[in-house]
Design a protein around this ligand. Structure first.
Ligand code: PLP
Length: 432
Protein backbone atom coordinates (compact mmCIF):
# COMPACT_ATOMS: atom_id res chain seq x y z
CA UNK A 1 0.00 0.00 0.00
CA UNK A 2 1.51 3.34 -1.02
CA UNK A 3 0.50 6.29 1.03
CA UNK A 4 0.36 9.87 -0.15
CA UNK A 5 3.09 11.61 1.88
CA UNK A 6 0.93 14.59 2.73
CA UNK A 7 -1.74 12.43 4.36
CA UNK A 8 0.51 9.80 5.91
CA UNK A 9 -0.19 9.41 9.60
CA UNK A 10 3.51 8.67 10.07
CA UNK A 11 4.35 12.15 8.77
CA UNK A 12 1.70 13.75 10.94
CA UNK A 13 2.86 11.88 14.04
CA UNK A 14 6.50 12.66 13.32
CA UNK A 15 5.79 16.38 13.02
CA UNK A 16 3.80 16.22 16.27
CA UNK A 17 6.45 14.20 18.10
CA UNK A 18 9.12 16.75 17.25
CA UNK A 19 7.21 19.40 19.17
CA UNK A 20 7.72 17.70 22.51
CA UNK A 21 10.53 15.18 22.03
CA UNK A 22 14.02 16.01 20.73
CA UNK A 23 14.16 14.75 17.15
CA UNK A 24 10.74 13.18 17.66
CA UNK A 25 12.15 9.94 19.08
CA UNK A 26 13.25 8.44 22.37
CA UNK A 27 16.32 6.69 20.98
CA UNK A 28 18.28 8.29 18.12
CA UNK A 29 18.43 5.49 15.51
CA UNK A 30 14.64 5.45 15.34
CA UNK A 31 14.69 8.88 13.69
CA UNK A 32 15.91 7.51 10.31
CA UNK A 33 18.67 10.16 10.22
CA UNK A 34 21.09 7.74 8.59
CA UNK A 35 18.70 6.69 5.80
CA UNK A 36 16.54 9.81 5.56
CA UNK A 37 12.74 9.88 5.37
CA UNK A 38 10.01 9.58 7.95
CA UNK A 39 10.17 7.02 10.75
CA UNK A 40 7.28 4.60 10.88
CA UNK A 41 5.15 4.88 14.00
CA UNK A 42 4.19 1.39 15.07
CA UNK A 43 0.70 0.59 16.30
CA UNK A 44 0.91 -3.16 16.87
CA UNK A 45 3.01 -6.23 16.22
CA UNK A 46 2.38 -9.94 15.93
CA UNK A 47 4.71 -12.81 15.04
CA UNK A 48 7.22 -11.60 12.40
CA UNK A 49 5.21 -8.50 11.52
CA UNK A 50 4.41 -5.03 12.72
CA UNK A 51 2.00 -2.41 11.41
CA UNK A 52 2.50 1.33 11.15
CA UNK A 53 0.10 4.20 11.76
CA UNK A 54 -1.10 4.02 8.14
CA UNK A 55 -2.05 0.39 8.62
CA UNK A 56 0.83 -0.84 6.43
CA UNK A 57 2.28 -4.22 7.41
CA UNK A 58 6.03 -4.83 7.54
CA UNK A 59 8.07 -7.99 7.93
CA UNK A 60 10.15 -6.90 10.90
CA UNK A 61 13.88 -7.66 10.95
CA UNK A 62 14.80 -5.59 14.00
CA UNK A 63 12.61 -7.39 16.54
CA UNK A 64 12.82 -4.45 18.95
CA UNK A 65 16.62 -4.57 18.35
CA UNK A 66 16.86 -8.11 19.64
CA UNK A 67 14.33 -8.92 22.35
CA UNK A 68 11.52 -10.26 20.11
CA UNK A 69 13.24 -13.60 19.52
CA UNK A 70 10.08 -15.70 19.91
CA UNK A 71 8.12 -13.34 17.66
CA UNK A 72 6.02 -10.38 18.66
CA UNK A 73 3.13 -10.77 21.10
CA UNK A 74 3.77 -14.47 21.70
CA UNK A 75 0.61 -15.72 23.47
CA UNK A 76 2.57 -17.33 26.31
CA UNK A 77 4.60 -14.18 26.96
CA UNK A 78 1.51 -11.98 26.84
CA UNK A 79 -0.33 -14.32 29.24
CA UNK A 80 2.60 -14.32 31.68
CA UNK A 81 2.71 -10.53 31.62
CA UNK A 82 -1.06 -10.25 32.15
CA UNK A 83 -0.96 -12.69 35.05
CA UNK A 84 1.96 -10.90 36.69
CA UNK A 85 0.42 -7.47 36.17
CA UNK A 86 -2.81 -8.60 37.83
CA UNK A 87 -0.82 -9.12 41.04
CA UNK A 88 0.63 -5.61 41.06
CA UNK A 89 3.24 -3.84 38.99
CA UNK A 90 6.16 -3.20 41.28
CA UNK A 91 6.89 -3.74 44.96
CA UNK A 92 10.41 -2.53 45.71
CA UNK A 93 10.86 -5.73 47.70
CA UNK A 94 12.16 -9.10 46.51
CA UNK A 95 10.03 -11.69 44.71
CA UNK A 96 10.38 -15.40 43.94
CA UNK A 97 10.31 -14.61 40.20
CA UNK A 98 13.67 -12.87 40.54
CA UNK A 99 15.20 -15.98 42.09
CA UNK A 100 13.78 -18.12 39.31
CA UNK A 101 15.17 -16.03 36.49
CA UNK A 102 18.55 -15.74 38.24
CA UNK A 103 18.64 -19.53 38.61
CA UNK A 104 17.73 -19.93 34.96
CA UNK A 105 20.46 -17.53 33.79
CA UNK A 106 23.08 -19.24 36.00
CA UNK A 107 22.00 -22.63 34.67
CA UNK A 108 22.17 -21.59 31.02
CA UNK A 109 25.38 -19.55 31.17
CA UNK A 110 27.86 -21.54 33.28
CA UNK A 111 30.35 -18.64 33.69
CA UNK A 112 27.61 -16.78 35.58
CA UNK A 113 27.69 -18.01 39.16
CA UNK A 114 25.79 -15.02 40.49
CA UNK A 115 23.79 -12.38 38.71
CA UNK A 116 22.25 -8.99 39.43
CA UNK A 117 19.19 -7.80 37.52
CA UNK A 118 18.99 -4.27 36.15
CA UNK A 119 16.66 -2.58 33.67
CA UNK A 120 18.82 -1.80 30.62
CA UNK A 121 21.92 -3.00 28.85
CA UNK A 122 23.52 0.35 29.61
CA UNK A 123 23.10 -0.23 33.33
CA UNK A 124 24.45 -3.76 32.97
CA UNK A 125 27.72 -2.75 31.28
CA UNK A 126 28.13 0.37 33.40
CA UNK A 127 27.76 -1.68 36.57
CA UNK A 128 30.08 -4.42 35.30
CA UNK A 129 32.74 -1.76 34.66
CA UNK A 130 32.32 -0.33 38.13
CA UNK A 131 32.63 -3.80 39.61
CA UNK A 132 35.77 -4.52 37.57
CA UNK A 133 37.31 -1.24 38.70
CA UNK A 134 36.22 -1.77 42.29
CA UNK A 135 37.57 -5.31 42.39
CA UNK A 136 40.94 -4.54 40.80
CA UNK A 137 41.50 -1.08 42.25
CA UNK A 138 42.48 0.04 38.74
CA UNK A 139 40.91 2.72 36.54
CA UNK A 140 41.81 1.94 32.95
CA UNK A 141 39.48 0.04 30.68
CA UNK A 142 39.89 -1.32 27.16
CA UNK A 143 37.14 -1.27 24.57
CA UNK A 144 37.10 -1.78 20.81
CA UNK A 145 36.19 0.62 18.05
CA UNK A 146 32.73 -0.14 16.68
CA UNK A 147 31.52 -2.04 19.75
CA UNK A 148 28.62 -0.33 21.49
CA UNK A 149 28.03 -0.99 25.16
CA UNK A 150 25.27 1.48 25.94
CA UNK A 151 25.66 5.14 26.77
CA UNK A 152 27.59 5.29 30.05
CA UNK A 153 30.21 8.07 30.02
CA UNK A 154 33.28 5.84 30.05
CA UNK A 155 32.01 3.93 27.02
CA UNK A 156 31.06 6.78 24.69
CA UNK A 157 34.58 6.94 23.39
CA UNK A 158 36.21 6.57 20.02
CA UNK A 159 39.85 5.85 19.25
CA UNK A 160 42.37 8.63 19.83
CA UNK A 161 44.58 9.93 17.06
CA UNK A 162 47.67 7.84 17.82
CA UNK A 163 48.27 4.19 18.52
CA UNK A 164 47.52 3.25 22.09
CA UNK A 165 46.44 6.74 23.03
CA UNK A 166 43.40 7.19 25.17
CA UNK A 167 40.14 7.96 23.48
CA UNK A 168 38.04 10.96 22.54
CA UNK A 169 34.42 11.37 23.64
CA UNK A 170 31.79 10.52 21.02
CA UNK A 171 29.24 12.68 22.80
CA UNK A 172 29.22 16.18 24.14
CA UNK A 173 28.94 16.15 27.90
CA UNK A 174 31.39 13.33 28.47
CA UNK A 175 34.29 14.74 30.49
CA UNK A 176 37.83 14.26 29.16
CA UNK A 177 38.66 13.16 32.68
CA UNK A 178 36.47 10.09 32.21
CA UNK A 179 37.58 9.05 28.77
CA UNK A 180 41.25 9.44 29.55
CA UNK A 181 40.86 6.09 31.28
CA UNK A 182 39.38 4.37 28.23
CA UNK A 183 41.73 2.83 25.69
CA UNK A 184 40.02 2.16 22.35
CA UNK A 185 41.61 -0.56 20.21
CA UNK A 186 40.83 -2.16 16.85
CA UNK A 187 38.49 -5.14 16.86
CA UNK A 188 40.19 -8.39 15.83
CA UNK A 189 43.69 -6.86 16.08
CA UNK A 190 45.69 -9.28 18.26
CA UNK A 191 49.14 -7.59 18.03
CA UNK A 192 47.66 -4.26 19.10
CA UNK A 193 45.97 -5.86 22.10
CA UNK A 194 49.26 -7.53 23.05
CA UNK A 195 51.06 -4.17 22.80
CA UNK A 196 48.48 -2.55 25.03
CA UNK A 197 48.92 -5.18 27.73
CA UNK A 198 52.68 -5.09 27.34
CA UNK A 199 52.85 -1.36 27.93
CA UNK A 200 50.13 -0.89 30.54
CA UNK A 201 48.72 -4.30 31.44
CA UNK A 202 49.08 -3.86 35.17
CA UNK A 203 46.90 -0.77 35.16
CA UNK A 204 44.03 -2.23 33.13
CA UNK A 205 40.92 -3.00 35.20
CA UNK A 206 39.03 -4.74 32.42
CA UNK A 207 38.54 -5.43 28.76
CA UNK A 208 34.96 -5.17 27.51
CA UNK A 209 34.02 -6.67 24.17
CA UNK A 210 31.04 -7.74 22.08
CA UNK A 211 32.19 -11.30 21.28
CA UNK A 212 29.93 -11.21 18.26
CA UNK A 213 29.68 -7.55 17.35
CA UNK A 214 26.24 -6.33 16.33
CA UNK A 215 26.71 -2.60 16.47
CA UNK A 216 29.02 -2.25 13.47
CA UNK A 217 26.66 -4.32 11.39
CA UNK A 218 27.47 -7.97 12.21
CA UNK A 219 31.16 -8.76 12.69
CA UNK A 220 32.40 -11.98 14.23
CA UNK A 221 35.35 -11.96 16.56
CA UNK A 222 38.19 -14.14 15.31
CA UNK A 223 38.53 -17.04 17.78
CA UNK A 224 42.24 -16.24 18.36
CA UNK A 225 41.33 -12.63 19.20
CA UNK A 226 39.05 -13.70 22.06
CA UNK A 227 41.41 -16.47 23.12
CA UNK A 228 44.38 -14.10 23.39
CA UNK A 229 42.20 -11.58 25.20
CA UNK A 230 41.33 -14.23 27.77
CA UNK A 231 44.98 -15.14 28.26
CA UNK A 232 46.17 -11.54 28.57
CA UNK A 233 43.44 -10.65 31.08
CA UNK A 234 44.34 -13.68 33.20
CA UNK A 235 48.08 -12.96 33.02
CA UNK A 236 47.64 -9.33 34.04
CA UNK A 237 44.82 -9.68 36.55
CA UNK A 238 42.33 -7.75 34.41
CA UNK A 239 38.63 -8.64 34.34
CA UNK A 240 37.29 -9.92 31.01
CA UNK A 241 33.75 -8.67 30.38
CA UNK A 242 31.74 -10.15 27.54
CA UNK A 243 28.97 -7.78 26.56
CA UNK A 244 26.36 -10.28 25.44
CA UNK A 245 23.47 -7.84 25.69
CA UNK A 246 22.86 -8.47 22.00
CA UNK A 247 24.41 -11.85 21.26
CA UNK A 248 23.40 -13.56 24.54
CA UNK A 249 20.57 -16.08 23.94
CA UNK A 250 20.67 -14.85 20.33
CA UNK A 251 23.58 -16.68 18.71
CA UNK A 252 22.76 -19.80 20.75
CA UNK A 253 21.45 -20.84 24.15
CA UNK A 254 24.79 -20.36 25.94
CA UNK A 255 25.60 -17.18 24.01
CA UNK A 256 28.84 -16.34 22.24
CA UNK A 257 30.92 -17.64 25.16
CA UNK A 258 29.57 -21.13 24.61
CA UNK A 259 30.04 -20.85 20.84
CA UNK A 260 33.70 -19.82 21.21
CA UNK A 261 34.37 -21.94 24.30
CA UNK A 262 35.80 -18.96 26.19
CA UNK A 263 34.90 -18.14 29.79
CA UNK A 264 34.68 -14.45 30.66
CA UNK A 265 34.83 -13.21 34.25
CA UNK A 266 31.71 -11.09 33.88
CA UNK A 267 28.91 -11.04 31.33
CA UNK A 268 26.37 -8.34 30.54
CA UNK A 269 22.97 -9.50 29.31
CA UNK A 270 19.83 -7.70 28.16
CA UNK A 271 17.32 -7.75 25.31
CA UNK A 272 16.21 -11.44 25.10
CA UNK A 273 16.21 -11.91 28.88
CA UNK A 274 13.45 -9.30 29.12
CA UNK A 275 11.43 -10.67 26.21
CA UNK A 276 10.43 -7.09 25.26
CA UNK A 277 10.20 -5.58 28.72
CA UNK A 278 13.07 -3.86 30.56
CA UNK A 279 15.26 -6.58 32.06
CA UNK A 280 19.03 -6.72 31.75
CA UNK A 281 21.66 -8.26 34.00
CA UNK A 282 25.32 -8.58 34.77
CA UNK A 283 26.87 -11.58 36.39
CA UNK A 284 29.86 -13.85 36.56
CA UNK A 285 32.36 -15.20 39.06
CA UNK A 286 30.85 -15.34 42.54
CA UNK A 287 33.97 -13.87 44.18
CA UNK A 288 33.60 -10.79 41.97
CA UNK A 289 29.83 -10.52 42.29
CA UNK A 290 30.09 -10.66 46.08
CA UNK A 291 31.89 -7.35 45.98
CA UNK A 292 28.52 -5.78 45.10
CA UNK A 293 26.46 -3.96 47.72
CA UNK A 294 24.98 -5.01 50.11
CA UNK A 295 27.80 -7.57 50.58
CA UNK A 296 30.69 -5.52 49.30
CA UNK A 297 31.88 -1.99 48.59
CA UNK A 298 30.70 -1.60 44.97
CA UNK A 299 27.40 0.27 44.93
CA UNK A 300 24.61 -0.31 42.45
CA UNK A 301 20.80 -0.24 42.80
CA UNK A 302 17.51 0.27 40.96
CA UNK A 303 13.89 1.11 41.88
CA UNK A 304 12.55 -1.12 39.10
CA UNK A 305 15.35 -3.72 39.07
CA UNK A 306 13.84 -7.21 38.88
CA UNK A 307 10.42 -5.75 38.14
CA UNK A 308 7.89 -8.60 38.45
CA UNK A 309 6.05 -7.97 35.19
CA UNK A 310 9.27 -7.61 33.21
CA UNK A 311 10.76 -10.71 34.83
CA UNK A 312 7.63 -12.70 33.89
CA UNK A 313 8.12 -11.74 30.23
CA UNK A 314 11.82 -12.58 30.40
CA UNK A 315 11.40 -15.89 32.17
CA UNK A 316 8.72 -17.06 29.74
CA UNK A 317 10.95 -16.10 26.82
CA UNK A 318 13.88 -17.99 28.33
CA UNK A 319 11.66 -21.09 28.63
CA UNK A 320 10.51 -20.77 25.01
CA UNK A 321 14.04 -20.55 23.61
CA UNK A 322 14.84 -23.84 25.34
CA UNK A 323 12.25 -25.76 23.34
CA UNK A 324 13.89 -28.47 21.23
CA UNK A 325 15.22 -27.25 17.90
CA UNK A 326 14.63 -23.57 18.66
CA UNK A 327 18.11 -22.32 17.72
CA UNK A 328 18.44 -24.70 14.78
CA UNK A 329 15.28 -23.22 13.30
CA UNK A 330 16.31 -19.66 14.10
CA UNK A 331 19.75 -20.16 12.55
CA UNK A 332 18.26 -21.79 9.46
CA UNK A 333 15.96 -18.79 8.95
CA UNK A 334 18.85 -16.31 9.16
CA UNK A 335 20.95 -18.45 6.80
CA UNK A 336 18.11 -18.75 4.29
CA UNK A 337 17.61 -15.01 4.34
CA UNK A 338 21.28 -14.14 3.84
CA UNK A 339 21.73 -16.73 1.09
CA UNK A 340 18.59 -15.61 -0.73
CA UNK A 341 19.49 -11.92 -0.52
CA UNK A 342 23.00 -12.62 -1.78
CA UNK A 343 21.74 -14.61 -4.77
CA UNK A 344 19.19 -11.93 -5.60
CA UNK A 345 21.89 -9.23 -5.48
CA UNK A 346 24.18 -11.31 -7.68
CA UNK A 347 21.43 -11.58 -10.30
CA UNK A 348 21.44 -7.78 -10.41
CA UNK A 349 25.25 -7.60 -10.45
CA UNK A 350 25.40 -5.72 -7.18
CA UNK A 351 28.41 -6.25 -4.90
CA UNK A 352 26.80 -7.76 -1.84
CA UNK A 353 27.48 -10.42 0.77
CA UNK A 354 26.10 -11.49 4.11
CA UNK A 355 26.75 -13.42 7.29
CA UNK A 356 24.60 -14.97 9.99
CA UNK A 357 25.34 -16.22 13.49
CA UNK A 358 22.36 -17.94 15.07
CA UNK A 359 19.42 -15.57 14.87
CA UNK A 360 21.56 -12.53 14.06
CA UNK A 361 22.51 -11.52 10.54
CA UNK A 362 24.37 -8.84 8.62
CA UNK A 363 24.49 -7.88 4.97
CA UNK A 364 27.05 -5.66 3.34
CA UNK A 365 27.16 -3.79 0.06
CA UNK A 366 30.73 -4.93 -0.53
CA UNK A 367 32.49 -7.97 -1.98
CA UNK A 368 33.61 -9.60 1.26
CA UNK A 369 32.33 -9.95 4.79
CA UNK A 370 34.12 -7.36 6.97
CA UNK A 371 36.19 -8.34 9.99
CA UNK A 372 37.07 -4.81 11.11
CA UNK A 373 35.24 -1.56 11.74
CA UNK A 374 37.13 0.16 8.91
CA UNK A 375 36.13 -2.54 6.41
CA UNK A 376 32.51 -2.28 7.49
CA UNK A 377 32.58 1.52 7.14
CA UNK A 378 33.86 1.16 3.57
CA UNK A 379 30.55 -0.43 2.47
CA UNK A 380 28.34 1.41 -0.06
CA UNK A 381 26.14 3.47 2.26
CA UNK A 382 24.30 5.25 -0.52
CA UNK A 383 23.21 1.95 -2.05
CA UNK A 384 22.28 0.56 1.34
CA UNK A 385 20.01 3.55 1.86
CA UNK A 386 18.27 3.02 -1.48
CA UNK A 387 17.88 -0.65 -0.69
CA UNK A 388 16.47 0.14 2.75
CA UNK A 389 13.82 2.48 1.34
CA UNK A 390 13.01 0.13 -1.53
CA UNK A 391 12.42 -2.67 0.96
CA UNK A 392 10.39 -0.41 3.24
CA UNK A 393 8.08 0.37 0.30
CA UNK A 394 7.82 -3.38 -0.27
CA UNK A 395 6.77 -3.88 3.35
CA UNK A 396 10.08 -5.15 4.76
CA UNK A 397 11.64 -3.32 7.68
CA UNK A 398 15.40 -3.70 8.02
CA UNK A 399 17.47 -1.70 10.50
CA UNK A 400 17.46 1.94 9.38
CA UNK A 401 21.27 2.23 9.25
CA UNK A 402 24.05 0.33 7.53
CA UNK A 403 25.83 -0.07 10.87
CA UNK A 404 23.30 -2.34 12.53
CA UNK A 405 22.85 -6.11 12.60
CA UNK A 406 19.46 -7.64 11.84
CA UNK A 407 17.42 -10.19 13.75
CA UNK A 408 15.03 -12.98 12.87
CA UNK A 409 12.52 -14.51 15.23
CA UNK A 410 11.17 -18.02 15.55
CA UNK A 411 8.13 -16.78 13.62
CA UNK A 412 10.14 -15.93 10.49
CA UNK A 413 9.23 -19.12 8.62
CA UNK A 414 10.25 -20.07 5.09
CA UNK A 415 7.28 -18.28 3.55
CA UNK A 416 8.15 -15.02 5.32
CA UNK A 417 11.81 -15.27 4.34
CA UNK A 418 10.95 -16.12 0.74
CA UNK A 419 8.55 -13.18 0.53
CA UNK A 420 11.44 -10.98 1.70
CA UNK A 421 13.80 -12.40 -0.91
CA UNK A 422 11.28 -11.86 -3.71
CA UNK A 423 10.86 -8.25 -2.61
CA UNK A 424 14.65 -7.85 -2.51
CA UNK A 425 14.92 -9.26 -6.04
CA UNK A 426 12.64 -6.46 -7.28
CA UNK A 427 14.47 -3.79 -5.27
CA UNK A 428 17.96 -4.91 -6.35
CA UNK A 429 16.86 -4.58 -9.99
CA UNK A 430 15.70 -1.03 -9.33
CA UNK A 431 18.92 0.03 -7.59
CA UNK A 432 21.39 -1.82 -9.84
N1 PLP B 1 25.48 -3.57 24.80
C1 PLP B 1 25.18 -3.96 23.56
C2 PLP B 1 26.05 -4.98 22.87
C3 PLP B 1 24.07 -3.43 22.91
O1 PLP B 1 23.80 -3.83 21.66
C4 PLP B 1 23.28 -2.48 23.58
C5 PLP B 1 22.11 -1.89 22.93
O2 PLP B 1 21.86 -2.06 21.76
C6 PLP B 1 23.63 -2.11 24.88
C7 PLP B 1 24.73 -2.67 25.46
C8 PLP B 1 22.81 -1.12 25.63
O3 PLP B 1 21.59 -1.68 25.95
P1 PLP B 1 20.32 -0.74 26.28
O4 PLP B 1 19.93 -0.10 24.99
O5 PLP B 1 19.29 -1.70 26.82
O6 PLP B 1 20.77 0.26 27.29
Amino acid sequence: MTTDKSTSKNDILFARAQQTTPGGVNSPVRAFRSVGGTPRFITRAEGPYFWDADGKRYIDYIGSWGPAIVGHAHPKVIKAVQDAAANGLSFGAPTEGEIEIAEEICKLVPSIEQVRLVSSGTEATMSALRLARGATGRDKIVKFEGCYHGHADSLLVKAGSGLLTFGNPTSAGVPEDFVKHTLVLDYNNVPQLEDAFESMGDTIACVIVEPVAGNMNLIRAAPEFLQRMRELCTEHGAVLIFDEVMCGFRVGLGGAQEMYGITPDLTALGKVIGGGLPVAAFGGRADLMQKMAPLGPVYQAGTLSGNPVAVAAGMTTLKLVQEPGFYEKLGAAAERLVKGLTEAAQEADIPFCGDAVGGMFGFYFSNSVPSTYAQMMAGDKERFNRFFHGMLDEGVYFAPAMFEAGFVSAQHDDAVIDETIEAARRVFKRIA
